[in-house]
Design a protein around this ligand. Structure first.
Ligand SMILES: [Cu+2]
Length: 177
């Protein structure tokens, strides 16, 4: 018996046409679930361009360092360009040997962000940094271990000893009355 098993690997899942094979809700939910279930493992996020609205959707994303964002042109002449010039993509990205010129073809481009901070981006034909067809990706700082309280256990021990001494002094005074 052959059973169809859905491959949970986001890299393999991107093969073929993810826009047709994955409903919008799943494309959002799967990375979210992956993020919750496999803490610390990189996730893939999806951003649609164009289609019925000349905008990025979702317009604002918050991801973890090492996560990937896949932009999918759903219709119209678009590209995606970082405000700081760190990427310019459409049929692939300029820096990776692709062509970031705006195109009305169906195209998919994936970037991976590792440095914490916020990266703004826009579509050259329809926007500029912070206006028109634009968006941003906030990359969270990696979680840091909570620092131990200053002085370690000593303040707690001193406080405890003081309370015991006070209690003993009180008891002695009560007994002497
Ligand atoms: Cu556009």
């Amino acid at each position: 018996m052959i059973r169809a098993v859905r491959n949970p690997d986001p890299v393999l899942r991107r093969r073929g046409n993810p826009h047709q094979s994955l409903p919008r809700a799943l494309r959002v939910t799967i990375p979210l679930l992956a993020l919750v279930a496999v803490d610390g493992q990189a996730a893939t996020w999806y951003v649609d361009l164009g289609g019925a609205d000349v905008q990025f959707s979702p317009q604002f994303l918050t991801i973890r360092p090492g996560d990937s964002v896949t932009f999918i042109n759903t219709g119209g002449n678009h590209n995606v360009v970082a405000d700081d010039g760190s990427f310019r993509c459409a049929h692939g990205c300029d820096a990776d040997g692709g062509n970031g010129n705006a195109s009305s073809d169906f195209w998919i481009a994936t970037i991976t962000l590792t440095i914490p901070g916020t990266v703004g981006y826009f579509c050259e034909p329809h926007g500029s940094p912070g206006s028109g067809m634009y968006g941003s990706i906030a990359v969270l700082a990696p979680p840091t271990p909570r620092p131990a309280p200053a002085g370690g256990m000593l303040p707690d021990l001193l406080l405890g000893a003081s309370l015991v001494a006070l209690a003993l002094a009180y008891l002695r005074r009560v007994r002497l009355r």
